[in-house]
Design a binder for this molecule. Structure first.
Ligand code: SF4
Length: 318
């Protein structure tokens, strides 16, 4: 049986977990190809105008997979962390996809809800596994191997590799040779899909910089910095960005911060504002906020990155 995994949204965080799990259950895993103009075009054709760019692109990935697989995996992500939530667009994703795309194969849509406890994750795993086998031991064994794979992935990220490097099979740790360190903040699907961000990481690293991202920080860092908030946000991904910014007060090795947000993203309109105000008030690190949508072009982005990197270069030289 062939199971399709769309290369979008939280694929960049959880691919090593689910891909291994399905492979251990004996399924053939088909990941949709890298995002192209055509992926976006297909997504735009079936979605409403004002939905965010990453969700449009996700639709395009599902369309590109649907005729080549027997089932497609679209989890309903409610919460991936205790007492926190994921953006509502991901909570309703299987329903939205079903409403927008015709002639879909069956959707495997476990509800991942860890709001009250980690048991929610085990429930999701057994829900998925039981589509393919009625043997709990087979599910458990597959799950064990998948979590081991996932742990290796997160450990590599914490040591400095980025998801884009690992998932593309090349790990190019420049940190020792880099002239600058740039913290690139944003949601994983915006940061690691080079089509969405117009190859931004490569553009920045062409200036001799190493780009680090929120995935490079440990859970301890997040906990420590979020504990300073009177009231954390509801959204896990937003909290992660805030914590990554808050640690800048204590770090002296970051030369600049770029916050990348999608036009039309509700959570980012608040989080972006909070991060920008906090960085400007509490640090003297150069900061720029870049907004992307399907009309963003290379020329505008190149100019802004060039200006930002020039400023950092001059600052470093003085
Ligand atoms: S957090 Fe923003 S970018 Fe992400 S799915 Fe929700 S609205 Fe879209």
């Amino acid at each position: 049986m062939r199971i399709g995994i769309p290369r979008g949204l939280l694929y960049y965080l959880y691919k090593p977990l689910w891909e291994k799990f399905f492979a251990e259950l004996g399924l053939e895993v088909v990941v949709s190809k890298k995002t192209t103009k055509n992926t976006l075009k297909k997504g735009i054709e079936v979605t409403v105008d004002d939905i965010c760019l990453p969700v449009k692109i996700y639709h395009g990935h599902v369309i590109s997979l649907k005729d080549n697989v027997d089932v497609v995996f679209i989890p309903r992500l409610v919460s991936i962390k205790n007492k926190e939530f994921i953006c509502p667009k991901l909570m309703g994703l299987p329903d939205v996809i079903r409403a927008n795309i015709k002639d879909l194969p069956p959707i495997i849509e476990p509800t991942v809800d860890l709001t009250s406890s980690w048991l929610g994750f085990y429930r999701a795993v057994f829900e998925v596994g039981s589509y393919f086998t009625n043997k709990n031991t087979v599910i458990l064994k597959a799950f064990y191997k998948a979590t081991k794979n996932f742990k290796n992935y997160t450990q590599a990220l914490e040591k400095g590799a980025r998801p884009d490097e690992i998932l593309e099979g090349c790990c190019n740790l420049l940190s020792n040779k880099a002239k600058f360190k740039i913290l690139l903040l944003g949601h994983p699907y915006n940061l690691y899909d080079p089509f969405i961000n117009l190859n931004m990481i490569k553009k920045i690293e062409n200036y001799g910089a190493r780009v680090i991202t929120p995935e490079n920080f440990t859970e301890t860092i997040f906990k420590t910095h979020l504990s300073k908030l009177n009231k954390p946000l509801f959204w896990t991904l937003g909290n992660k960005l805030l914590a990554a910014a808050y640690q800048l007060k204590e770090r002296r090795d970051i030369d600049g911060v770029i916050l990348l947000v999608s036009f039309g993203c509700g959570p980012d309109s608040l989080i972006g504002e909070l991060i920008e105000r906090w960085i400007r008030k509490n640090t003297d690190i150069p900061f720029v906020l870049l907004t992307i949508d399907e009309h963003s072009g290379d020329a505008g982005l190149n100019t802004r990155i060039e200006a930002f990197m020039d400023m950092i270069e001059r600052r470093k030289a003085t």
